[in-house]
Every structure is written in structure tokens, then in C-alpha cells.
Design a protein around this ligand. Structure first.
Ligand SMILES: [Zn+2]
Ligand SMILES: [Zn+2]
Length: 265
């Protein structure tokens, strides 16, 4: 692995929502992806389709991606990763000068091997591959951003919620999940809770592995998040005013995510 340049920690962290939607194509919400940026460097949480082009439109090159954290392997969260690996290996005149950290739940090595078999030429070079199986390995990004995680209640169990702490500020991402006491513990007192809200109110019984405004509000109030962003919205949820439905259940500073939403912490 080549050396990692020390980063100035005085740049504030910025969150950019690159994809606030799901697998359902719409003209206004891409599949799941978020960039946590410090200066011109970024850590990506999930890589749904189109996220690299959106990152570039925000002025951040794919060359400046410090790490990638995959919450799970569903295609709406991962399909842009092969494009990044391909670009890193074969962009004309460019060889990546620093290592890239790729973090994911159990099965990460198999997932990357399967991508390579499928696409060829997307072999991760001398990257750090960090599967999370049980305890979160210690890893820092963007200089001083520390990662913690817990299992998310979603799919076959290979899914994560993650929390990033940088000095006095923290961001917690639910990933795709149903109600989870582990997530409540992970997100305790977090400054910014980015929480999925796939379905509209009234659909709780059908929303196994996902949240509605009511269940998202329960988690947000139990963990006492200071600010809440509702995201991963199917069109049906978006068109049913999820913010009002959330506020019927909990008092909080809540925003409905949209692509290119930017928040400085
Ligand atoms: Zn999803
Ligand atoms: Zn999923």
C-alpha cells in the first residue's frame, strides 16, 4: 500500500446526498449514495448508479475518493462500484497514487471476486479490503473520521448501519433496515441521522426490512438524534408527505432528502 497523505482537519465535514432514492428509476432521485467530504476528498457511503457523475458535478473527482463503505450488496447500493474500479485501473494517463479502502459487510471478498469474474478489469489493486464480520475493525478516513457499525435488520442479514465520528461531530447512516435496537444504540445523540424511509405511513406491516415515517420517528426519538434526514424514498413514500407523517410521531429537526442536498457539519 502506498502512503496516505495527511489531511488538514480544519476543513469542516460536509455531507452531500448523491442518491436519495431506490431501485425505482425516477427523474429526480438516484439510487442510494452519500458523500462525506473534507475539502476536496470524499468518503462514499453506498454507490448506487450515477453517483460518480453527481460527485463530479459537485467538483470532486473520483480520484479523490478516500474510501467506500457499502451498507449491503443490493444493486441499488453497489452498481457504480465496478465503474470506479475500472476508472481507477484504466483511465488514460492516470494511475491511482493512494490506496482505496473498501468496507462492506460479510461476503465482501466474494462480492469483489464475483464482480471481477463478471466484468474483468475491475480487480481491486493494492486496496485495503475490510469486511465487517462481528466487531468493526478500526479504520479512519479523511484524516480523522472514525467508523463504527452495527448489523442492520435487512435482507439476509449481511447489512450494516454505520456511524462516522470526527472530533465532536457525528453522522449515522441507517442503511436499509427495519426497526433496530442496535441502530438506536449506535446512533445515540448523533448530530445527523440519515435514516431510510422507504414506505409511507400505514404500511408498517408490509415494510419488513424497511422503515416508514412512523418507525423512522421512533428510532430518531429513541436515539435523540439532533437532526434527521429521511431518505431511500420510494415514489409512493415521497408523494405522501413523509415529513408531516414523521412529525406526527416525533418532534425533531427533520428534512426530506433530495439529490444534491448539502449539509456542513
Ligand atoms: Zn435499498
Ligand atoms: Zn436493500
Amino acid at each position: 500500500m502506498q502512503g496516505r497523505k495527511a489531511l488538514p482537519h480544519n476543513d469542516p465535514l460536509e455531507l452531500i446526498v448523491l442518491g436519495s432514492g431506490t431501485c425505482v428509476p425516477t427523474g429526480y432521485r438516484g439510487p442510494s449514495s452519500y458523500a462525506v467530504c473534507r475539502g476536496e476528498r470524499a468518503l462514499l457511503i453506498d454507490m448506487g448508479a450515477g453517483c460518480l457523475e453527481k460527485l463530479a458535478r459537485c467538483g470532486i473527482s473520483y480520484r479523490n475518493i478516500d474510501g467506500v463503505i457499502l451498507s449491503h450488496y443490493h444493486v441499488d447500493h453497489t452498481s457504480e462500484l465496478p465503474l470506479l474500479l475500472f476508472a481507477n485501473n484504466y483511465s488514460p494517463g492516470y494511475a491511482r497514487a493512494t490506496s482505496l479502502r473498501i468496507v462492506g459487510p460479510a461476503g465482501l471478498n466474494t462480492f469483489l471476486r464475483d464482480l471481477e469474474r463478471l466484468y474483468r478489469w475491475v480487480k481491486p489493486l493494492n486496496y485495503e479490503i475490510i469486511p465487517i464480520e462481528g466487531r468493526t475493525p478500526s479504520a479512519t478516513f479523511l484524516g480523522d473520521v472514525e467508523l463504527r457499525s452495527c448489523p442492520a435488520a435487512h435482507g439476509d442479514g449481511r447489512a450494516l448501519s454505520v456511524r462516522l465520528d470526527a472530533g465532536a461531530v457525528s453522522i449515522t447512516f441507517s442503511g436499509d433496515t427495519g426497526y433496530s435496537a442496535d441502530l438506536v444504540a449506535l446512533a445515540r445523540d448523533t448530530d445527523l441521522l440519515i435514516i431510510e424511509c422507504s414506505y409511507p405511513a400505514g404500511r408498517e406491516s408490509e415494510a419488513e426490512g424497511h422503515l416508514t415515517p412512523k418507525t423512522a420517528a421512533r428510532i430518531a426519538s429513541e436515539c435523540m438524534a439532533k437532526k434527521v434526514i429521511l431518505t431511500h424514498l420510494y415514489p409512493e413514500a415521497f408523494h405522501s408527505d413523509p415529513k408531516s407523517q414523521f412529525l406526527e410521531q416525533a418532534q425533531a429537526d427533520v428534512t426530506v432528502a433530495y439529490d444534491f442536498l448539502r449539509i456542513t457539519l
